[in-house]
Design a protein around this ligand. Structure first.
Ligand code: NDP
Length: 449
């Protein structure tokens, strides 16, 4: 029998050879693989059954063309994708991303992470992800609607409330989910359970919009409680200004912290007095404006054009990267630690490079990886599925209590799994092993299909 570390290296090399043109997927693999060695040492049956080769190959990859007409009457064509990666724990579940950078590599990394994130929630959902290289930015509502209708005309063939339930992600919010759902309904009859993140007016869950950002802060709340601390007067750096960032900022304020930054892809804001949340919501959720507008209304704040939050020297204890993958490289990670950051909680998926993440762990920063810290969104999506099945809509307070409970469980699971493997506070290892353990067991029981 091969030993665990040799086996992991062998499969890792094979995956690199077969997927050499997919850097983000390989990055997710490279972050994940070394951390599960101690688990495999105690489970030689998974090595014998070559489980790693199985779990890293998507069950199904769907790619399709999406033709649509712009406001000038020109025909445009984008690519649409859905990765149905793993259904051992339940129907495929994961968001749709509309962004010009979207490709197979990015969606495979997101779907791979989603498997273990969903497993960590303890809810019966498998892992998937999808999207398109369509860019909703700068498009009219009518263009976005026509695109969504064309996208769903094909996607509807592959999803369903008991098989694959997409939700939102970057570039896909309530507006897009509304248009997507309308087309699904025309094609397949009414079934609200096919998408989550729906507007609350037609069977969306109350509290879903807030869930990812709130959940990331709840994760840290439980960590701080273990350290006999709370958020009072702690300064937080936040990146992004979309769904996750806005509600992360909101919950940070509610719990007594002061978030001082936010960003978009053109630059970032530093507001020493604390980000003006009402203004941010007005700009981003109502006007769909850029952050340059923020400083016009708050002259004491500073806008840094074409710069990242992570390239500066502000002192803060907390960092919440909430924009996109690979925002924080090793150098930026080192800089954060030098400037006093003690806790990095990832609202975004894989915002830290492998080197930055490892640096945090080695330097005793409490590093809360995305698959654990941002699982609140998908958890409330699963609660939305339950509400849709029951034909009920729960109170916002009830959803929030459930979210906090789920985030507490995820935190404790990561903490305890790390401890069990003599890696106290290594939440990266804890999250990967705890997430993988459930999936591996389910795959074994189902006959390694
Ligand atoms: P939104 O589209 O609402 O917001 C994304 C934000 O990130 C915007 O401020 C956007 O700026 C910025 N951004 C996007 N791409 C880039 C880039 N390449 N460089 C710099 N900034 C960028 O998305 P969400 O808030 O929903 O998602 C943010 C992150 O959280 C993603 O990693 C997503 O996968 C993750 N996530 C989201 C969940 C959810 O429930 N929505 C659940 C779990 C994770 P700009 O407007 O200029 O593009």
């Amino acid at each position: 029998m091969t030993n665990a570390s040799e086996y992991v290296k062998k499969i890792q090399e094979e995956i690199h050879q077969r997927n050499g043109h997919e850097p983000e997927f390989l990055q997710a693999i490279d972050e994940f693989f070394p951390t599960i060695v101690p688990f495999l040492e105690n489970h030689p049956e998974y090595i014998d059954h070559n489980l790693l080769a199985l779990v890293t190959e998507p069950e199904r990859v769907i790619q399709f063309r999406v033709p649509w007409q712009d406001d000038q009457g020109n025909w445009q064509v984008n690519r649409g994708f859905r990765i149905q990666f793993n259904s051992a724990m339940g129907p495929y579940k994961g968001g749709l991303r509309f962004h010009p950078s979207v490709n197979l590599s990015i969606l495979k990394f997101l779907a791979f992470e989603q498997i273990f994130k969903n497993s960590l929630t303890g809810l019966p959902i498998g892992g998937g992800k999808g999207g398109s290289d369509f860019d909703p930015k700068g498009k009219s509502d009518a263009e976005v609607m026509r695109f969504c209708q064309s996208f769903m005309t094909e996607l509807a063939k592959h999803i369903g409330p008991n098989t694959d339930i997409p939700a939102g992600d970057i570039g896909v919010g309530k507006r897009e989910i509304g248009y997507l759902y309308g087309t699904y309904k025309r094609l397949k009859q009414y079934d609200a359970g096919v998408l989550t993140g729906k507007p609350v007016e037609f069977w969306g869950s109350k509290g879903r919009t807030e869930a990812t950002g709130y959940g990331a802060v709840y994760f840290v709340k439980h960590l701080l409680a273990d350290l006999n601390e709370d958020f009072t007067d702690k300064v937080a750096l936040v990146s992004g200004s979309g769904n996750v960032a806005i509600y992360c900022i909101e919950k940070l304020y509610q719990l007594g912290a002061k978030p001082v930054t936010c960003s978009d892809s053109n630059g970032f804001i530093y507001d020493e007095a604390g980000i003006d949340l009402a203004l941010l919501k007005e700009l981003k959720e109502v006007k769909r404006a850029r952050l340059t507008e923020y400083v016009k209304a708050r002259p004491n704040a500073k806008y840094y054009e074409n710069q990242s939050v992570w390239e500066t020297d502000f002192n803060a204890e907390l960092a919440f990267p909430c924009a996109t993958q690979n925002e924080i490289n090793l150098e930026q990670g080192q800089r954060l630690v030098k400037n006093g950051v003690r806790i990095v909680a990832e609202g975004a998926n894989m915002p830290s490079s492998v080197e930055a993440a490892e640096y945090f762990v080695e330097n005793k920063v409490y590093y809360c990886p995305g698959k654990a810290a941002n699982a609140g969104g998908v958890a409330v999506s699963a609660l939305e599925m339950s509400q849709n099945s029951q034909r009920l809509q729960w109170d916002k307070e009830e959803v929030d209590v459930q979210l906090d409970k789920i985030m507490k469980n995820i935190y404790e699971n990561c903490r305890d799994t790390a401890l069990l493997h003599d890696q106290k506070d290594n939440f990266m290892l804890g999250a990967n092993i705890a997430g993988f353990a459930r999936v591996a067991e389910a795959m074994e029981i189902q006959g390694l299909v």
